[in-house]
Design a protein around this ligand. Structure first.
Ligand code: PGA
Length: 252
Protein backbone atom coordinates (compact mmCIF):
# COMPACT_ATOMS: atom_id res chain seq x y z
CA UNK A 1 0.00 0.00 0.00
CA UNK A 2 1.15 3.48 -0.88
CA UNK A 3 2.03 5.48 2.25
CA UNK A 4 0.98 9.08 2.84
CA UNK A 5 3.89 11.01 4.32
CA UNK A 6 4.38 14.53 5.64
CA UNK A 7 8.06 15.11 6.42
CA UNK A 8 9.53 18.25 7.95
CA UNK A 9 12.99 19.16 6.64
CA UNK A 10 14.38 21.56 9.22
CA UNK A 11 17.52 22.29 7.19
CA UNK A 12 20.11 24.16 9.32
CA UNK A 13 17.57 25.56 11.76
CA UNK A 14 16.77 25.11 15.46
CA UNK A 15 19.25 24.63 18.26
CA UNK A 16 19.08 21.44 20.28
CA UNK A 17 16.70 22.60 23.02
CA UNK A 18 14.29 24.21 20.52
CA UNK A 19 14.31 21.08 18.41
CA UNK A 20 13.74 18.80 21.40
CA UNK A 21 10.86 20.98 22.64
CA UNK A 22 9.30 21.06 19.19
CA UNK A 23 9.56 17.28 18.82
CA UNK A 24 8.12 16.73 22.28
CA UNK A 25 5.15 19.07 21.69
CA UNK A 26 4.20 17.70 18.29
CA UNK A 27 4.58 14.16 19.57
CA UNK A 28 2.17 14.83 22.42
CA UNK A 29 -0.27 16.60 20.12
CA UNK A 30 -0.33 13.78 17.58
CA UNK A 31 -0.56 11.06 20.22
CA UNK A 32 -3.90 12.42 21.24
CA UNK A 33 -5.07 12.93 17.67
CA UNK A 34 -5.02 10.12 15.14
CA UNK A 35 -3.77 11.37 11.78
CA UNK A 36 -5.43 8.88 9.46
CA UNK A 37 -2.49 6.62 8.83
CA UNK A 38 -0.29 9.49 7.64
CA UNK A 39 3.41 8.98 8.42
CA UNK A 40 4.67 12.17 10.01
CA UNK A 41 8.42 12.65 10.00
CA UNK A 42 10.95 15.09 11.39
CA UNK A 43 14.32 15.52 9.67
CA UNK A 44 16.47 17.56 12.07
CA UNK A 45 20.20 18.33 11.81
CA UNK A 46 22.54 15.40 12.59
CA UNK A 47 23.39 16.47 16.13
CA UNK A 48 19.72 16.36 17.15
CA UNK A 49 19.06 12.85 15.83
CA UNK A 50 19.81 10.91 19.01
CA UNK A 51 17.83 13.19 21.31
CA UNK A 52 14.85 13.52 19.01
CA UNK A 53 14.75 9.78 18.25
CA UNK A 54 14.68 9.16 22.00
CA UNK A 55 11.74 11.55 22.46
CA UNK A 56 9.83 10.07 19.53
CA UNK A 57 10.28 6.46 20.66
CA UNK A 58 7.00 6.69 22.51
CA UNK A 59 4.80 7.84 19.69
CA UNK A 60 4.28 7.48 16.00
CA UNK A 61 6.51 10.10 14.40
CA UNK A 62 9.42 8.91 12.24
CA UNK A 63 12.90 10.43 12.15
CA UNK A 64 15.07 11.13 9.14
CA UNK A 65 18.47 12.70 8.49
CA UNK A 66 19.00 15.36 5.81
CA UNK A 67 22.08 13.87 4.14
CA UNK A 68 24.71 11.17 4.55
CA UNK A 69 28.26 10.55 3.43
CA UNK A 70 29.03 8.73 0.21
CA UNK A 71 31.68 6.75 2.07
CA UNK A 72 31.25 3.90 4.55
CA UNK A 73 33.77 4.92 7.20
CA UNK A 74 37.31 6.16 7.65
CA UNK A 75 39.32 9.33 7.30
CA UNK A 76 36.62 11.71 6.07
CA UNK A 77 36.70 14.57 8.57
CA UNK A 78 33.31 16.11 9.20
CA UNK A 79 31.31 13.42 7.41
CA UNK A 80 28.49 11.33 8.90
CA UNK A 81 27.92 7.81 7.59
CA UNK A 82 24.62 6.12 6.82
CA UNK A 83 25.37 3.44 9.43
CA UNK A 84 25.91 6.17 12.08
CA UNK A 85 22.59 7.74 11.16
CA UNK A 86 20.85 4.40 11.48
CA UNK A 87 22.52 3.74 14.84
CA UNK A 88 21.40 7.18 16.06
CA UNK A 89 17.78 6.07 15.67
CA UNK A 90 16.78 7.44 12.27
CA UNK A 91 14.72 5.42 9.84
CA UNK A 92 15.03 7.66 6.75
CA UNK A 93 17.58 9.88 5.05
CA UNK A 94 16.95 12.64 2.50
CA UNK A 95 19.33 12.34 -0.47
CA UNK A 96 19.69 14.70 -3.41
CA UNK A 97 17.99 17.77 -1.98
CA UNK A 98 18.40 20.67 -4.41
CA UNK A 99 20.46 22.57 -1.82
CA UNK A 100 22.92 19.65 -1.73
CA UNK A 101 23.00 19.50 -5.52
CA UNK A 102 23.47 23.23 -6.02
CA UNK A 103 25.40 24.47 -2.99
CA UNK A 104 27.53 21.38 -2.42
CA UNK A 105 27.92 20.25 -6.05
CA UNK A 106 26.44 16.81 -5.50
CA UNK A 107 25.93 15.17 -8.88
CA UNK A 108 23.81 12.22 -9.95
CA UNK A 109 26.58 9.65 -9.64
CA UNK A 110 27.58 10.75 -6.13
CA UNK A 111 23.91 10.70 -5.13
CA UNK A 112 23.51 7.19 -6.49
CA UNK A 113 26.47 6.08 -4.36
CA UNK A 114 24.84 7.62 -1.27
CA UNK A 115 21.50 5.97 -2.03
CA UNK A 116 23.03 2.50 -2.34
CA UNK A 117 25.02 2.97 0.84
CA UNK A 118 21.99 4.23 2.78
CA UNK A 119 19.80 1.35 1.63
CA UNK A 120 22.54 -1.17 2.43
CA UNK A 121 22.77 0.34 5.91
CA UNK A 122 19.09 -0.31 6.50
CA UNK A 123 17.83 3.24 5.99
CA UNK A 124 14.92 4.23 3.79
CA UNK A 125 15.65 7.00 1.31
CA UNK A 126 13.76 10.14 0.36
CA UNK A 127 15.27 10.95 -3.03
CA UNK A 128 14.70 14.51 -4.25
CA UNK A 129 14.47 15.54 -7.88
CA UNK A 130 13.28 18.65 -9.68
CA UNK A 131 14.11 21.18 -12.36
CA UNK A 132 15.36 24.74 -12.09
CA UNK A 133 13.26 27.62 -13.41
CA UNK A 134 15.15 27.92 -16.71
CA UNK A 135 14.56 24.25 -17.44
CA UNK A 136 10.82 24.63 -16.78
CA UNK A 137 10.63 27.67 -19.05
CA UNK A 138 12.51 25.83 -21.78
CA UNK A 139 10.15 22.89 -21.41
CA UNK A 140 13.03 20.62 -20.37
CA UNK A 141 11.58 19.70 -16.96
CA UNK A 142 10.47 16.16 -17.84
CA UNK A 143 13.83 15.36 -19.41
CA UNK A 144 15.75 16.72 -16.41
CA UNK A 145 13.69 14.78 -13.86
CA UNK A 146 13.89 11.62 -15.97
CA UNK A 147 17.66 11.84 -16.02
CA UNK A 148 17.88 12.45 -12.27
CA UNK A 149 15.70 9.42 -11.60
CA UNK A 150 17.47 7.13 -14.08
CA UNK A 151 20.94 8.06 -12.79
CA UNK A 152 19.87 8.09 -9.15
CA UNK A 153 17.75 4.98 -8.95
CA UNK A 154 17.82 2.70 -11.96
CA UNK A 155 20.60 0.40 -10.74
CA UNK A 156 18.63 -0.47 -7.59
CA UNK A 157 17.17 -3.92 -7.09
CA UNK A 158 13.41 -4.22 -6.82
CA UNK A 159 13.49 -4.82 -3.05
CA UNK A 160 15.58 -1.65 -2.72
CA UNK A 161 13.20 0.51 -4.73
CA UNK A 162 10.49 -0.48 -2.24
CA UNK A 163 12.46 1.42 0.41
CA UNK A 164 12.62 4.62 -1.61
CA UNK A 165 10.29 7.61 -1.50
CA UNK A 166 10.63 10.24 -4.22
CA UNK A 167 10.17 13.94 -3.49
CA UNK A 168 9.48 16.13 -6.51
CA UNK A 169 10.78 19.56 -5.57
CA UNK A 170 10.85 22.07 -8.42
CA UNK A 171 13.87 24.15 -7.44
CA UNK A 172 12.08 27.39 -8.38
CA UNK A 173 9.50 26.63 -5.70
CA UNK A 174 11.85 25.68 -2.84
CA UNK A 175 11.91 28.43 -0.23
CA UNK A 176 10.65 31.02 -2.71
CA UNK A 177 6.97 31.34 -1.86
CA UNK A 178 6.03 30.21 -5.40
CA UNK A 179 4.34 26.85 -5.55
CA UNK A 180 3.80 24.54 -8.49
CA UNK A 181 0.12 24.44 -9.37
CA UNK A 182 -1.80 21.26 -8.48
CA UNK A 183 -1.93 20.50 -12.25
CA UNK A 184 1.84 20.92 -12.73
CA UNK A 185 2.43 18.76 -9.66
CA UNK A 186 0.07 15.99 -10.71
CA UNK A 187 1.49 15.95 -14.23
CA UNK A 188 5.05 15.49 -12.98
CA UNK A 189 4.12 12.96 -10.28
CA UNK A 190 2.26 10.82 -12.82
CA UNK A 191 5.29 11.04 -15.11
CA UNK A 192 7.61 9.91 -12.28
CA UNK A 193 5.32 7.04 -11.31
CA UNK A 194 5.24 5.86 -14.92
CA UNK A 195 9.06 5.88 -15.08
CA UNK A 196 9.14 3.58 -12.05
CA UNK A 197 6.35 1.36 -13.40
CA UNK A 198 8.14 0.99 -16.74
CA UNK A 199 11.37 0.03 -15.02
CA UNK A 200 10.20 -1.95 -11.97
CA UNK A 201 6.65 -3.02 -12.77
CA UNK A 202 3.19 -1.87 -11.81
CA UNK A 203 3.23 -2.93 -8.18
CA UNK A 204 6.50 -1.14 -7.35
CA UNK A 205 5.35 2.05 -9.06
CA UNK A 206 1.87 1.94 -7.62
CA UNK A 207 3.24 1.47 -4.09
CA UNK A 208 5.77 4.27 -4.42
CA UNK A 209 5.08 7.37 -2.34
CA UNK A 210 5.79 10.57 -4.27
CA UNK A 211 5.91 13.74 -2.18
CA UNK A 212 5.69 17.33 -3.35
CA UNK A 213 8.06 19.92 -1.91
CA UNK A 214 8.32 23.65 -2.52
CA UNK A 215 6.66 26.39 -0.46
CA UNK A 216 3.91 24.17 0.93
CA UNK A 217 1.72 25.95 3.47
CA UNK A 218 -1.48 25.06 5.30
CA UNK A 219 -3.38 27.11 2.71
CA UNK A 220 -2.09 25.39 -0.43
CA UNK A 221 -1.31 21.86 0.84
CA UNK A 222 -4.88 20.53 0.76
CA UNK A 223 -5.31 21.26 -2.91
CA UNK A 224 -1.94 19.79 -3.90
CA UNK A 225 -2.35 16.69 -1.72
CA UNK A 226 -5.75 15.95 -3.24
CA UNK A 227 -4.15 15.09 -6.59
CA UNK A 228 -4.16 11.33 -7.19
CA UNK A 229 -0.39 10.90 -7.57
CA UNK A 230 0.60 13.20 -4.71
CA UNK A 231 1.18 11.19 -1.55
CA UNK A 232 2.17 13.98 0.82
CA UNK A 233 4.86 16.59 1.17
CA UNK A 234 8.44 17.40 2.08
CA UNK A 235 8.08 20.61 4.01
CA UNK A 236 10.86 23.13 4.66
CA UNK A 237 9.99 26.56 6.07
CA UNK A 238 6.50 25.64 7.25
CA UNK A 239 7.84 22.67 9.25
CA UNK A 240 9.56 25.07 11.64
CA UNK A 241 6.29 26.47 12.96
CA UNK A 242 4.17 24.06 14.93
CA UNK A 243 0.87 25.57 13.85
CA UNK A 244 1.78 25.49 10.15
CA UNK A 245 3.22 22.00 10.23
CA UNK A 246 0.14 20.65 11.99
CA UNK A 247 -2.07 22.54 9.53
CA UNK A 248 -0.30 20.78 6.65
CA UNK A 249 -0.54 17.34 8.32
CA UNK A 250 -4.23 17.87 8.87
CA UNK A 251 -4.88 18.92 5.30
CA UNK A 252 -3.85 15.58 3.84
P1 PGA B 1 10.22 24.93 1.48
O1 PGA B 1 11.36 23.80 1.36
O2 PGA B 1 8.99 24.22 1.98
O3 PGA B 1 10.77 25.91 2.46
O4 PGA B 1 10.03 25.49 0.14
C1 PGA B 1 11.06 22.52 0.89
C2 PGA B 1 12.29 21.69 0.93
O5 PGA B 1 13.39 22.24 0.74
O6 PGA B 1 12.24 20.47 1.16
Amino acid sequence: MRKKIVAGNWKMNMELSEGMNFADSINRYLMNKPHNGVTVMLCPPFVHLVGISEILKSGNISVGAQNCSSETSGAFTGEVSAAMIKSAGAEYVIIGHSERRTLFNEDNSLLNKKILLALNSGLKVIFCCGEIFKERVEDAHFEVVKKQIEKGLFNLAIDQINNVVIAYEPVWAVGTGSTATPEQTQEMHAFIRKLIIDKYGFEAGDNLSILYGGSCTPSNAGEIFSEPDVDGGLIGGASLKMEDFIGIIESI
